[in-house]
Design a protein. Sequence first.
Length: 120
Amino acid sequence: MKRKRLAELVREEAGDLQEAPAPREERPGEAPHGGGLEGSPPGEGQGERPLPPYLTYVRKECRLRPDQLDALTALARRLNRERRGKGERITENTLIRWAVDMLLENYRNSDIFHSEDKGD
């Protein structure tokens, strides 16, 4: 197999993005699907090559301390070793998305969220 140059790979990805369907609208309070620690639902994307989950997300930068990044990297590697090739690859970004989901879920379930709704 002939090796591809970076420019060729970028052109292919850009072409795939132009052909990809627009991301679906999310309802308020609904968590977006994809790329979490769980796999995709059975039967999804059969017949055509599915869009990689990371391309469905909105880009947002976050600055981390070196110790945070080291711990995230170590955890992602450990989880990937433990999964033994089953399911989706777990990256530092996967763990960050999961942590944000957990933070938001805990906030929604907290007394602070409910008191703000009542106008206190």
